[in-house]
Design a protein around this ligand. Structure first.
Ligand SMILES: [Zn+2]
Length: 66
């Protein structure tokens, strides 16, 4: 019983927090500690887009060098 409580607390502390899309508010699938260099759909000065919004807003990519 005590072990169960401890485990539950630990899980809560380690809860994964995902960034939300700045456009539609859905989770992006990127944890907030993921470097922006490793992300797709991160708009500098704006924030993280989900893939759906990113593809819709930037069908050719942001800078075109992708
Ligand atoms: Zn979105």
């Amino acid at each position: 019983m005590i072990d169960m409580l401890k485990k539950e607390k630990k899980n809560k502390d380690a809860e994964i927090v995902f960034d939300f899309c700045v456009c539609c508010g859905e989770t992006t699938g990127y944890k907030s500690d993921v470097s922006i260099d490793e992300r797709i759909g991160y708009i500098e000065g704006t924030g993280q887009l989900c893939l759906n919004c990113y593809r819709e807003l930037y069908p050719k990519g942001i800078s075109g060098d992708d």
